[in-house]
Design a protein around this ligand. Structure first.
Ligand code: SF4
Length: 359
């Protein structure tokens, strides 16, 4: 899973204030689709341990034919926007076909990538496909720092080059950064480096104790003083580049949980589609509630997915998360020794959700 799910946070806030608009949406605000779990890197913090054969079966990922059918279903449900994530998105050969079809229907499509496979030709293809924004993971100002974190030498040069070729092809870009012990004191140089590529958006989020991030958490988590210094550096760089409209954004991985669970369980927010067609609820919850191979997306949406935060198992998970450190404990829950797989239609959970809603 690559770092940050692209989500327009200003838009989320606006939505909270403009409930009328939210209610007027027929579909979700965002559909987030992990187009593959395969990856050409092996990052120390990867949430879903992409590329790891012991964790994922790559044989059951959605085929090209299924992907085209899924695209039709996505267009039918009309999300406000769409994010293609992974794994490494560019490992999917049909990626630009997917983007072209969704974007030509008027739905904005963003994607994340580690940038390793990007070159001038690919950047041009992405531009022509109608992509709205590509977020490239770049985790240091020095090649050595990034390459250790990403576990593949040469990955820094490739990520940096990806930002350059995308900007050259006039594709909007964002650089994502996960502060950790290796890179946190390079942040000021990092900002200068990113600005030099032409990119004007830096998105950050904390290292999470999940997946490979859990295994490496103690070694990589910055301490309090490092985080405080980092905040000062962020403010300094924001001031320095104020006239160049540089946007440095801190993403709170818990925000969508608070929004959905504590504030408004009945607002349509997000559908999460995993590489094998499973429907998740949150990137961070080890639960799936259906599979697009069994029923259509619209059917799930209308049969309870649009109120999925009322499902008892989801409420149980959401109520146990107050800080990022609680992610560690998810694995200790009795039924979470592996992903819990439900089907809200086949298990008649849709009826239960109806009861919850009415009662
Ligand atoms: S690039 Fe790294 S973080 Fe992203 S999916 Fe691959 S292994 Fe995971």
């Amino acid at each position: 899973m690559d770092d940050l799910k692209i989500f327009d946070k200003n838009f989320t806030r606006k939505m909270k204030n403009e409930n009328t608009f939210v209610k007027s949406l027929d579909g979700p605000l965002l559909i987030s689709w992990d187009v593959t779990n395969r990856c050409n890197l092996n990052c120390l913090h990867c949430l879903n341990q992409s590329g790891d054969q012991d964790i994922h079966s790559f044989n059951d990922e959605i085929s090209e034919k299924e992907a085209l059918d899924l695209v039709d279903q996505i267009i039918e449900i009309r999300p406000y926007s769409m994010c293609l994530c992974g794994g490494e998105t560019l490992l999917r050969k049909d990626l630009t076909t997917i983007i072209k079809k969704i974007s030509s229907s008027g739905i904005p499509v963003n994607m994340v990538s580690n940038g390793f496979l990007l070159n001038d030709k690919k950047a041009k293809e992405l531009k022509e496909s109608g992509i709205t924004l590509v977020q490239i993971s770049l985790d240091g100002a020095k090649a050595k720092t990034h390459d250790i974190f990403r576990q593949v030498s040469g990955s820094f040069e490739k990520a940096l080059n990806a930002l350059i070729v995308l900007e050259k092809a006039k594709v909007s870009t964002a650089a994502s950064f996960v502060p950790n012990k290796l890179n946190i004191d390079e942040f000021e140089d990092y900002v200068d480096l990113v600005v030099e590529t032409g990119c004007r958006s830096i998105r950050m989020m904390p290292l999470l104790p999940m997946g490979r991030g859990l295994k490496n958490f103690e070694e990589l988590e910055p301490n309090e003083q490092e985080y405080l210094d980092f905040c000062m550096s962020t403010q300094k760089k924001q001031k320095q580049y104020i006239n160049q409209k540089l946007d440095i954004m801190w993403g709170d991985p818990l925000e969508h949980i608070y929004t959905a669970f504590y504030f408004n369980r009945t607002t349509p927010l997000q559908i999460e589609i995993r590489a094998n067609g499973n429907l998740g609820v949150s990137t961070y919850f080890p639960i799936s509630v259906g599979n697009i191979r069994r029923h259509k997306l619209k059917e799930y949406w209308e049969c309870g997915y649009n109120k999925i935060w009322e499902l008892p198992e989801v409420m149980d998970l959401a109520s146990s998360i107050k800080t990022i450190y609680d992610f560690k404990e998810l694995l200790n829950k009795t039924w979470v020794d592996k992903h819990l797989e439900l089907d809200i239609i086949d298990d008649h959970r849709d009826e239960k959700l109806e009861v919850n809603r009415n009662g």
